[in-house]
Design a protein. Sequence first.
Length: 108
Amino acid sequence: MLPLLTLTADFCGVVMAWVADAMVDPITFHQFIHDGFSVFGFNDFLPPTFKTMVFGLIIGLVACFQGMRTRGGTEGVGRAATNSVVLSSLFVILADVLLVKLIVLFFP
């Protein structure tokens, strides 16, 4: 779901950018999209979407692993949730560093 959430956020960002631009200088949505995306290609959207897929995979795997290791009732669930958030955050930061290096290498 994380890649879909990213695409939805990107779409909302584009629409709100058009609204802000149209308030300052009246422009049609078609013209805004045409001018804005004339310099972008498919390779500009692929790496960030791929990163969110990897981040979603990491978060899901860590959460499932921590959930399966839970012991001690409701108190254990609280500890497992906290551990899951902390470990997911660390692994996402590490993955982000590695993915940025790979993206710069393959998408110059």
